[in-house]
Design a protein around this ligand. Structure first.
Ligand code: SF4
Ligand code: SF4
Length: 226
């Protein structure tokens, strides 16, 4: 059965009307949508403010990774020139980005906040070798900044609040800790501020609920370190 012949014209009317509406598309890649505060992107291996590496080669991140894309080897620190404040350091560290699903479980497992994620997600490769980031690429530079590799498109803000979820979450879900800093300072940034605006209506926690930290930021409460 033939339809209404005016349906055809009405279809074009919809198209014509859209010509005068605001465009919803962005001029990507020249313009980008705002970065979500807790976006999970390319990892970084952090260093303490004194330049020492945070990774102690414990392999917990590799053990928890559901995609099995992390490979870590630890070694004893050279006594006369230690790389990390612990007994050991991660002398091999690799992440295979052909497999990583950016779940951040590695970040959650890490006892020293060595591995976190930036917000950079625009990186692509032309070969498998480039997709496997090694310690040389993941470790932040002497200025504390992530290394900018030729195939990565870093924009301002991609390194703000690195792994912001970690900086926003109360240890063990205890609301008294929301917004309270319980992580170590980082080379180039110092102690990063927690994410604001989570629970503004909560009263201040009692002072004895606040974590205390040693020189490298390890809080003295059992349980969560984030
Ligand atoms: S973000 Fe998830 S998948 Fe990627 S390396 Fe970490 S644990 Fe593995
Ligand atoms: S990044 Fe963290 S969890 Fe992974 S080996 Fe280093 S210290 Fe351990």
């Amino acid at each position: 059965m033939a339809g209404d012949p005016f349906d055809y014209v009405r279809g074009f009317a919809v198209t014509f009307k859209k010509l005068f509406e605001d465009r919803l598309t962005d001029e990507y890649p020249k313009e980008k949508a705002p970065i979500a505060l807790r976006r999970h992107g390319r990892h970084v291996l952090n260093r303490y403010e004194d330049g020492m590496e945070k990774c102690i080669g414990c392999e917990l991140c590799a053990g928890v990774c559901p995609a099995r894309c992390i490979y870590v080897r630890g070694a004893d620190n050279p006594p006369d020139d230690p790389v990390s404040p612990g007994e050991r350091w991660g002398f091999v560290y690799e992440i295979n980005y052909l497999r990583c699903i950016h779940c951040d479980l590695c970040v959650e497992a890490c006892p020293t906040e060595a591995i976190t994620e930036s917000k950079l997600f625009e990186f692509s490769f032309t070969n498998r070798q480039d997709a496997i980031y090694t310690r040389d690429e993941l470790l932040v530079g002497d200025d504390g900044q992530p290394q900018k590799l030729p195939w990565e498109d870093w924009r301002p803000g991609d390194d703000d609040n690195t792994s912001a979820w970690m900086r926003a979450t109360a240890p063990a879900g205890n609301a008294n800790y929301v917004g309270r800093v319980a992580w170590a300072g980082e080379l180039g940034y110092g102690v990063r501020a927690p994410e604001q605006g989570q629970l503004d209506d909560l009263p201040d926690p009692p002072s004895d609920a606040l974590p205390t930290e040693d020189a490298h930021g390890h809080d003295d409460h059992d349980g969560g370190h984030h």
